[in-house]
Design a protein around this ligand. Structure first.
Ligand code: NAP
Ligand code: F7E
Length: 339
């Protein structure tokens, strides 16, 4: 049988690594797109750079000509669009840029598919941030979108335009609506990675303090390795569709801190309220964690908890890795890199 060919936009990111790993195991030829950078952008995927089934090309989804040229040249069976300015907080500081990449960039891929070969299957990396401020205790494919950031708003455009191209041009174009997913290779400025890398350093005496923003937002955190399996399965269906991918469990940032501290045997106790809230080291009374306005966003998404009943039924997918296993793996990775 002819090898399947995947083209991944966003291959250098967290999910790009795990998806490449999965597709290479499934004997795909994997083509990934990297952006020009002044430093090494392929740090996460280094182990695949010499793999005979792995190919890297320059490109950028905001450059429609590069997208079109790559699709012409590679003629992939499947395209996975993981490329985005993916930080919600940063999207308030770079709103036009975020919209350009996360909304119009997606349209440029869909246009290129329409103009080249509408047999190519397309996956769009949608997000629970599209639900934003919701009244539903848990969110599924029928929950109304009410995004609270330039990031979430641009992703709603991407979601809708993906459905438009599916309906108007009969393209196999599917949306994942993925809730937060983490891993040891998560970007440094997302809250899970920041908490774990700081508390590990604090436990080793290499850092004095961790400063966080809103401790009371609730998130549904899964493992990226589990979630790329769902992404893959979404494109293996006979019909395109939209799928919520989540664990169905939610925790506050403070609960995440407490779980991490406990695993590291750091004894902490919390005092104070709002911006004055702190966590002290019970052994010596020193402040280990404090709160700063700097990390608050102009608008917050207070809680998110996914309902993946559809994915369970139609994709036979469910999240396997539990939050404590995820934290444990992230802690061990940090320790390995420090000791
Ligand atoms: P990530 O680690 O931030 O990776 C984003 C990737 O997009 C990187 O490879 C980045 O390249 C690339 N990129 C950014 N702008 C680009 C452009 N203009 N052209 C081409 N590539 C560009 O994000 P992730 O956590 O792997 O997430 C993957 C996707 O899922 C994103 O679209 C994100 O919005 C979405 N998502 C993530 C989560 C989550 O919890 N992780 C949840 C829901 C949805 P550089 O390496 O050069 O920066
Ligand atoms: O924030 C709060 C912050 O930046 C989580 C992206 O992958 O998932 C991610 O978006 C929560 C928020 O992720 C800090 O206010 C407190 O309530 O880790 P985060 P996110 O915004 O949920 C979605 C599904 C995506 O699609 C995105 O691409 O934590 N928080 N203190 C903090 N957040 C950060 N980053 N840093 C803090 O110091």
């Amino acid at each position: 049988m002819k090898k399947k060919i995947a083209l991944i936009f966003g291959v250098t990111g967290q999910d790009g690594f795990y998806l490449s790993e999965l597709l290479l195991k499934k004997k795909y030829k994997v083509h990934g797109v990297k952006r020009r950078s002044s430093s090494v952008p392929t740090r996460r995927i280094e182990k695949y750079l010499n793999n005979k089934n792995f190919f890297i090309h320059y490109g950028d989804i905001t450059d429609a000509s590069s997208v079109q040229n790559l699709i012409n040249k590679i003629n992939p069976t499947e395209i996975y669009n993981l490329a985005a300015q993916s930080h919600v907080g940063v999207s308030f500081l770079t709103p036009l840029y975020t919209a350009n990449v996360n909304a119009l960039g997606v349209l440029s891929i869909l246009e290129a598919i329409k103009n080249t070969n509408n047999e190519i299957k397309f996956y769009q990396a949608g997000t629970s941030e599209m639900f934003g401020k919701t009244i539903n205790k848990s969110q599924n494919e029928n929950t109304i979108f009410n995004p609270q950031s330039p990031y979430g708003t641009a992703k709603v455009f991407a979601h809708q335009i993906t459905k438009n191209y599916r309906d108007a041009y009969n393209i196999f174009a599917s949306n994942g609506i993925l809730f937060n997913h983490e891993s040891p290779i998560r970007g440094e400025n997302f809250v899970t990675k920041k908490i774990i890398s700081s508390l590990v350093k604090i436990s080793l005496g290499l850092q004095k303090k961790l400063v966080l923003g809103n401790l009371y937002a609730k998130r549904d955190w899964g493992h990226a390795k589990d979630y790329v399996e769902a992404i893959y399965k979404i494109l293996q269906k006979n019909k395109p569709g939209d799928y919520v991918i989540s664990t169905g469990k939610e925790y506050t940032i403070k609960e995440f801190v407490n779980m991490t501290a406990k695993m590291l045997k750091l004894k902490i106790s919390w005092k104070g309220k709002g911006l004055k809230e702190i966590a002290i080291n019970k052994d010596n009374g020193k402040t280990l964690i404090s709160v700063s306005k700097i990390y608050y966003r102009p608008l917050e998404v207070d809680f998110l908890k996914g309902d993946s009943t559809k994915a369970k039924k139609e994709l036979k997918w469910q999240s396997k890795i539990k939050i404590k296993e995820l934290i444990n793996e992230m802690i061990n990775y940090e320790l390995k890199n420090l000791i």
